[in-house]
Ligand binder design. Structure first.
Ligand code: 13P
Ligand code: 13P
Ligand code: MG
Ligand code: MG
Length: 367
């Protein structure tokens, strides 16, 4: 494993301040204490703790590879420790995403979201970590497609010899627990048939076809499918490597200049625009939204996280924010009607089944 570094981003909502709007600093401080001890013991090379809305984000580097029980256990302990603080402060939904009671070796499927990748550090290793609040796994499909398959977004696909062969997409069917790979550009149209339906199909990883190396990874855990009911939204994360055989930093950020519509927002049951914001603005309040995305950039150096740089803290994204606010206003006027409210099959994990059950006897046949 020497020479390889693993970047793990593990996140959970363990209590909101106030309601579902942001993380209380005391929770972040508690998580830092837990991770600092782990670093002192040599388990972590480096870490950065941050928040996206009401989601606590653990960004960690280490030498143990993906799906390591010690790293996942550490994240679980950090969430449990911070949940204790959330309970003392009676924060909203304390422990919300910790669906399972006891840690059993892998944090996947227990509630938190996980994006991890292991790679040999390049001579220079820029990475961007995207973190969203008030939306679901699958929200990255459109931006990932743009970054890695759309030449109108990514000039390098056309003019960089190291990217011209294109990229390979790993797509997960989150309901059937199966996966498939598509090579782009040849299989672009097949890819789009699936990832255009992000509630069911999510891009899990992207690989360079020139080198086979991992370019991007996202969290695809769907909380409602794990819990079987609505507990909160997935609020996914994603790691993208930049430059050289991968898209340039600006090509990776560019898709977010268009605030595309995602599912989430109030009670996890509405469509709304994904607004790119500086980290200090990642606290959704209007109708518990609109959905937010923040992006932190780091240079990885011998496993150290040199950063963060707050990538959406740029007035060039003001127009996207303004547009998102306008789209939010327009959608809000639909109130409880689709397409602001999610379609029926997506409401399956909300109050809808209870209402259906309660009224079951009152439905009568029409002649
Ligand atoms: P309450 O019904 O507990 O207020 O929850 C609503 C909500 O915020 C959904 O997560
Ligand atoms: P979170 O998923 O961010 O906890 O939001 C839940 C919610 O119901 C907001 O209205
Ligand atoms: Mg919450
Ligand atoms: Mg959240």
């Amino acid at each position: 494993m020497s020479g390889e570094v693993t970047l793990s981003v593990i996140k959970a909502d363990i209590g909101g301040w106030v309601g579902h709007s942001r993380i209380h600093p005391a929770l972040q401080e508690r998580a830092v204490e837990v991770l600092r001890d782990a670093q002192a013991q040599g388990l972590l090379v480096d870490f950065h703790v941050t928040a996206a809305g009401d989601d606590l984000q653990l960004i960690m580097t280490h030498r143990r590879g993906d799906d390591n029980p010690d790293i996942h256990g550490l994240a679980w302990r950090a969430f449990e420790a911070a949940t204790e603080v959330a309970r003392e402060l009676k924060l909203y939904g304390a422990g919300q995403d910790l669906i399972s009671d006891a840690f059993a070796g892998n944090i996947r499927g227990m509630g938190p979201g996980v994006a991890e990748m292991t790679f040999v550090e390049r001579a220079s290793e820029p990475v961007i970590i995207f973190m969203a609040d008030k939306t679901s796994a699958g929200a990255w499909n459109l931006p990932l497609y743009r970054m890695f398959a759309d030449p109108f977004n990514t000039a390098g696909l056309v003019i960089s010899p190291s990217m011209h062969q294109g990229f390979r997409f790993e797509v997960h069917d989150v309901k059937e627990h199966r996966r498939i790979f598509f090579d782009c550009p040849e299989e672009m149209y097949d890819l789009l048939v699936f990832i255009g339906a992000p509630a069911r199909f999510a891009v899990k990883r992207v690989f360079s076809r020139a080198t086979g190396e991992i370019a991007a990874v996202s969290s695809t855990e769907r909380l409602s499918l794990i819990a079987g009911r609505y507990v909160g939204k997935d609020d996914p994360v994603m790691i993208v490597r930049a430059q050289s055989q991968f898209p340039a930093v600006g090509e990776i950020l560019e898709p977010f200049a268009f605030p595309h519509i995602v599912e989430g927002w109030m009670r996890g049951s509405h469509h709304g625009p994904l607004m790119p914001v500086a980290a200090r603005e990642g606290n959704p309040t209007r109708f518990d939204g609109p959905p937010r995305v923040i992006a932190l950039g780091f240079q990885v150096a011998e496993g150290r996280l040199v950063g963060p740089v707050d990538m959406f803290d740029d007035p060039a994204f003001d127009e996207a924010r303004r547009r998102a606010a306008q789209v939010a206003e327009y959608l809000r006027r639909h109130g409880p009607f689709e397409p602001h409210r999610l379609p029926l099959e997506e409401m399956e994990y909300t109050t809808m089944p209870d209402v259906m059950k309660r009224l079951a006897e009152r439905w009568e046949p029409v002649a």
